[in-house]
Write a protein of this length. Structure first.
Length: 179
């Protein structure tokens, strides 16, 4: 079997209007005080790829339009719904009142490994990705419904936030779409 790279015209990409109308997975992304504009843009792009419903940009997390976000988002700031919220913890409590289950993505005592986390049909979730240095705020972790950890086996036990978000979104996307 011959393998040939596809041209952009062969990828059957959705246009922005069609994407906005498309069914999304029941998942929100919360960025908790993310410093890097490139990380923010990357999360937008990955959220577009896996049909995430919305991104919340919290605290010091920059918001579009910004050239450094745009550089890595490649237009995904126009397709993925987003909102800026000053206080992550207040957002978490608001979403919980709307019956949205909150998942802190963090290395923590009593966390669940990502591969062992099971999604419940018809349940909406929000994942929280934390600051590049400090992670998800402890107060936010303490108020989350779940704490999920990506198992790591090297010397660093640390992934870039955009890489972590990509791993988690792909895993949850598979669980929502193919279970």
């Amino acid at each position: 079997m011959e393998m040939q790279k596809l041209k952009n015209s062969e990828l059957e990409r959705l246009d922005v209007d069609t994407f906005k109308k498309a069914a999304k997975i029941p998942l929100l992304v919360i960025l908790d005080n993310i410093r890097s504009l490139n990380n923010i843009g990357s999360v937008f792009r990955t959220s577009d790829a896996f049909l995430v419903e919305k991104i919340y940009l919290c605290g010091i997390t920059a918001k579009p339009p910004h050239k450094d976000i745009h550089k890595t988002a490649l237009g995904a700031t126009k397709s993925v719904a987003w909102e800026h919220v000053d206080d992550t913890l207040l957002l978490v409590k608001k979403l919980q009142k709307e019956n949205i289950k909150i998942i802190a993505i963090e290395q923590a005592k009593n966390s669940t490994y990502l591969q062992d986390f099971t999604v419940v049909k018809n349940q909406k979730y929000a994942i929280i990705m934390g600051n590049e240095v400090k992670g998800v705020q402890q107060e936010v972790v303490s108020n989350a419904d779940f704490c999920v950890e990506i198992p790591q086996f090297g010397t660093k036990h640390s992934l870039n936030i955009s890489v972590s978000c990509g791993v988690v979104l792909w895993d949850l996307f598979k669980k929502f779409k193919y279970k």
